[in-house]
Write a protein that binds this ligand. Structure first.
Ligand SMILES: Nc1ncnc2c1ncn2[C@@H]1O[C@H](COP(=O)(O)OP(=O)(O)OP(=O)(O)O)[C@@H](O)[C@H]1O
Length: 233
């Protein structure tokens, strides 16, 4: 049984404190839904969870070990789906999936591609170049990527953006299947995505006014990149 957790996380983006004192815990088969207003820090938290962004304080652990101790192992166990679909315009859908699969060292790659194309119902697009795809078709191609190869953790940033209702249903089924196999799914969404019994993490609860945060962390005052003017607001 895998265990993914974060404790007392503080995140700064540029010169802004986004959230502080945030903790979470999930184990195999769990789903965590991130919600919060625009700019609350959902994407930032997913990047921290993926090890793509370092928290200002606190740590993220997999099975009790900090992910910062072995980022390569962490990246190998997860799929991160960000806002941009990262579909290469000059490659066909199949070639895009092949490239992703090769980068991850996926075995039986053609079989895995066919299975992913089936689940996302985009077999008919296999030979179409990325540049000719609609935004929903690009999103489905990006989603097909997370089905390829083994993974234990999906970090999905608004996975249903641009998708029609039917495709949203596919995403719900993908999540349910992955959880049934013991995967952990953490996702942000602004729509009602059908996911069975997720834990809700509301980022709005962790926004701390900058002045309060600096008062609680005097050791960081003066070393913080925050401008005096912004801290005073
Ligand atoms: N690359 C960056 N550099 C500096 N600040 C950033 C960067 N990316 C995001 N931010 C800031 O971090 C804060 C949180 O942004 P984030 O994208 O994590 O929020 P979000 O909850 O995902 O928003 P949304 O619901 O609009 O997608 C915002 O104030 C944003 O302006």
């Amino acid at each position: 049984m895998a265990d993914f957790s974060g404790s007392d996380l503080t995140c700064l983006r540029g010169e802004r404190l986004v959230f502080g004192g945030l903790s979470f815990a999930a184990k195999s088969g769990d789903a965590v839904m991130l919600r919060g207003r625009n700019g609350a820090g959902k994407s930032s938290l997913l990047r921290v969870m993926a090890g793509l962004l370092s928290p200002r304080s606190g740590q993220v652990c997999w099975d009790g070990e900090s992910i910062a101790d072995d980022r390569i192992a962490h990246h190998a166990r997860l799929h991160y789906l960000g806002h941009p679909d990262a579909v290469k315009p000059v490659l066909s859908v199949r070639d895009n999936l092949r490239l992703w699969g090769q980068l991850r060292g996926v075995q039986n790659i053609e079989h895995e591609i066919d299975a992913a194309l089936d689940v996302l119902d985009i077999h008919h697009l296999a030979r179409v170049s990325g540049r000719y795809l609609s935004s929903g078709q690009k999103r489905r191609t990006a989603l097909a990527r997370i089905l390829m190869g083994q993974s234990d953790l999906w970090l999905l940033d608004e996975p249903t953006v641009g998708l029609d209702r039917e495709s949203c249903g596919e995403v719900s089924r993908m999540i349910a299947d992955f959880r049934a196999r013991g995967g952990i799914v953490i996702y942000s969404t602004h729509i009602d995505l059908e996911v069975d019994n997720p834990t809700v993490l509301d980022l709005d609860e962790f926004a701390i006014p900058m002045v309060e945060w600096l008062l609680e962390h005097p050791e960081l005052d003066g070393t913080s990149p925050v401008s005096t003017q912004e801290a005073a607001q």
